[in-house]
Design a protein around this ligand. Structure first.
Ligand code: ATP
Ligand code: MG
Length: 491
């Protein structure tokens, strides 16, 4: 029997020790053994045992039931390390039949580790390790596959994928995370069984998709998913970009451009949200493409608006959290912002900040960087874009929403002695318009004075002022702001 020694956290050892002292077996299994053998820090620790879930619960003071499949979470209160806070202890399983490619019809417990390893997805995930004896159990040559960098199913690939179709996506996710290739037979079985993914819940698909995108090889992962016919079960909309030729500024088709944009977001280590916005930013170019005779080129008018809506739908279908959907679809919606600092006004910059919000404005700037590199341009931050960002920085100090006024609705109500109602809103907006024109007006004293003046007017007049102020703002936005440019760029 092979002897190996790894560095295992004492919290994990304490649990396996307790189980063994009670006369049961306890092995580390799955991803943690794989990662240890790869010299990587495991993301979580899984222990397999022949003790029944009730028995495991009796051994430890603080436990809970993780799921219906015999997994007990053992809680470690005394650690700061997230990966050690809950350690999953699962009773050896022998899986019952799968009639739906989704979940086993029944779960029966088993007495021996061999059977438990047999039901695991890939050889590299089917290695057990007894940390006390230093003994490795590797019935499916997982270590060979680890050293060759290959992902291969335990047993017949067709059978394993038709039992649980999610395994196909797991194969791609693990490949993207650890940089492995998928064994040929396993790949072929994925190609032949891809349609079984229809039966998998969107939440499970989302979780794997997220891990592909957050991995260091997100584009490679998506290309592999495409090659194996899986991508259309994640986001069919992406593949519509294949072969969609763009205008002369682009050398890549829409699909490749979206992927390259994501690729740069990955290289920069950007957040999941920004990666997804990069991936989806031109998702609606296929349906908005029109040939322009005048330009003698393709145009994509409205692809940002349509794309914002489509990204929202895609993310909703995949059951992403609401906040994330809002942010990503918003970034897609506004990614076409006009950024020539010579031709734009600070008001227009403020408008963009209002549209995407202060919190997300720098993500929008970074999306532009990814978009540029994804188009094949050499520079992330050419001079003019840096200048644009300086304008954003400038504008960030100025109020861009009613909330940024040095006075709020409640105060207006008190000062003017008026009832709550639309009037307060009109007054606030009228004040905001003034302040957008001239940020120096944003002082309590001044706003109070202005509010008192506005209060004398009728609701109809106030409404009109609001509209007029909007017109002024649009005029300003349309570019008659030489003066603003002078104010900020008098170099
Ligand atoms: P990581 O912890 O990095 O996410 P992992 O391989 O540990 O990777 P988990 O989801 O934690 O993934 O699963 C733990 C182990 O359970 C896997 O290594 C594998 O042995 C087994 N497993 C998980 N999902 C399946 C599945 N759908 N079919 C068969 N075995 C699975
Ligand atoms: Mg794991």
């Amino acid at each position: 029997m092979k002897q190996t020694q790894f560095d295992i956290p004492k919290e994990v050892l304490a649990i396996s020790d307790t189980i063994q002292k009670k006369g049961f077996e306890a092995y580390l299994v799955g991803g943690c053994v794989r990662d240890l053998l790869l010299n990587k820090k495991p993301k979580d620790w899984d222990i397999a045992t022949n003790a029944k879930p009730e028995e495991v619960q009796a051994f430890f003071p603080h436990t809970f039931y993780e799921n219906d499949f015999g997994t007990v979470g053992v809680v470690n209160e005394k650690t700061e390390d997230e990966t050690l806070k809950t350690i999953e202890v699962t009773t050896y399983r022998l899986e019952g039949g799968y009639s739906d490619s989704r979940r086993p019809d029944s779960v029966s417990f088993s007495k021996n580790i061999d059977e438990d390893l047999k039901r695991r997805d890939f050889t590299i995930n089917a290695i057990a390790y007894d940390p006390h004896k230093g003994q490795v159990i590797d019935l499916y040559k997982g270590q060979d596959d680890l050293s060759e960098g290959v992902i291969r199913t335990v047993g017949d690939a067709h059978d394993r994928f038709s039992e649980d179709a999610l395994r196909m996506l797991r194969a791609i996710r693990i490949a993207a995370e650890i940089g492995f290739t998928i064994d040929q037979k396993t790949e072929k079985a994925i190609q032949e069984n891809s349609s079984l993914l229809k039966k998998i819940s969107k939440e499970r698909i989302r979780d794997e998709f997220v891990r592909i995108i957050t991995s260091g090889r997100a584009t490679e992962g998506l290309l592999l998913a495409k090659k194996l016919g899986i991508l259309s079960y994640i986001t069919p909309e992406l593949e519509r970009g294949v072969g969609i030729e763009q205008n002369q500024a682009h050398k890549y088709d829409v699909f490749e451009h979206n992927l390259r944009t994501l690729g740069h977001a990955v290289n920069k280590g950007f957040s999941l949200d920004l990666r997804l916005a990069s991936l989806f930013h031109d998702i609606s170019k296929p349906e908005t493409r029109r040939w322009s005779k005048e330009k003698n080129d393709w145009t994509f008018y409205g692809h940002d608006v349509v794309g914002g809506r489509l990204s929202r739908k895609i993310l909703e279908d995949l059951k992403f959290p609401k906040k994330q959907i809002e942010k990503i679809s918003k970034l897609v919606r506004w990614h076409m912002f006009f950024s020539d600092p010579e031709k734009i006004t600070l008001s227009a910059v403020r408008r963009i900040i209002v549209n995407v919000g202060k919190d997300d404005i720098w993500d929008l700037m970074n999306l532009r960087i990814c978009d540029r590199i994804g188009t094949g341009r050499p520079k992330e931050n050419p001079y003019r874009f840096r200048k644009y960002k300086a304008m954003v920085e400038e504008a960030m100090h100025d109020p861009v929403s009613v909330g940024m006024l040095e006075i709020d609705g409640e105060e207006i109500k008190k000062i003017l002695g008026i009832e709550p109602g639309p009037k307060i809103g009109y007054i606030l907006h009228a004040l905001l318009e003034e302040v957008l024109e001239d940020p120096s007006k944003n002082t309590r004293e001044n706003l109070e004075k202005m509010a008192k003046k506005l209060n004398i007017l009728t609701i109809e007049d106030l409404k009109k002022i609001g509209e007029k102020a909007k017109e002024i703002k649009e005029k300003v936005e349309k570019g008659e702001v030489q003066k603003i440019r002078k104010k900020y760029f008098v170099e």
